[in-house]
Ligand binder design. Structure first.
Ligand SMILES: Cc1cc2nc3c(=O)[nH]c(=O)nc-3n(C[C@H](O)[C@H](O)[C@H](O)COP(=O)(O)O)c2cc1C
Length: 192
């Protein structure tokens, strides 16, 4: 059993990534970290080739390996910073590119419309995370919820949307405690 954690911020001392790591550590479950800032994920071109090509995207970048890791995972922690009152462009590109896995005929059909593909992550537990200086985190966490709950039909066990100001979460024990509690909740969902 293992978790994949997607750390969406490119900042070296990223608060979001620190909370993701705190949750992963507290879960006590083996975790593979995917740092979006360290890999190349280009935006979806909208060519729809994945729909016609058994889920294979023609864009030559690191998303192919990321998709394999996501498909092999039992649970997820996915997060990114709030930018302009929503998720960042890097996280949105990652989300858009997960479209390809819906055309590999893994998991239940998404709907009665075959062009919606299937849901390979159906029912898999996930924790969603965002941080913000002051305002806009509600919308960012809702965007993550729409992508991974409504569209991918993961089972969201916790949503962390934390206001951090200009601080470092290493100095915010209550925030870190909420991240650790989310990690434990994820572990409990995986073991249930
Ligand atoms: C491009 C950009 C846009 C931002 N937009 C907002 C915003 O809309 N509201 C806000 O309160 N903070 C905003 N921030 C601040 C970040 O949300 C905040 O610093 C966040 O915790 C960064 O996460 P990280 O430490 O994981 O990189 C923005 C920062 C950047 C770089």
């Amino acid at each position: 059993m293992h978790i994949v954690a997607v750390c969406g911020s490119s900042r070296e001392e990223s608060n979001t990534n620190k909370l993701i790591r705190a949750a992963a550590e507290a879960s006590g479950i083996g975790c593979e970290f995917i740092e979006l800032g360290a890999i190349d994920i280009k935006p979806c071109s909208g060519c729809s080739m994945c729909m016609m090509n058994e889920g294979v995207c023609p864009i030559d970048d690191d998303m192919h390996g990321v998709c394999e890791k996501l498909l092999a995972a039992d649970g997820f922690i996915i997060g990114g910073p709030t930018y302009f009152m929503d998720i960042s462009g890097a996280v949105k590109s990652f989300i858009d590119r997960t479209m390809a896995v819906k055309y590999r005929e893994i998991g239940p059909p998404h709907s009665d419309m075959p062009w919606h593909g299937t849901d390979p992550f159906y029912g898999k537990p996930a924790v969603l995370v965002t941080t913000v200086a002051g305002r806009g985190h509600e919308r960012a966490i809702e965007t993550l919820k729409v992508a991974f709950d409504d569209c991918h039909r993961m089972r969201i066990v916790e949503k962390l949307a934390e206001i951090v100001g200009m601080n470092d979460v290493d100095e915010m024990p209550e925030t870190l405690a909420r991240a650790r509690a989310a990690g434990k909740k994820l572990a409990a969902a995986l073991k249930a």
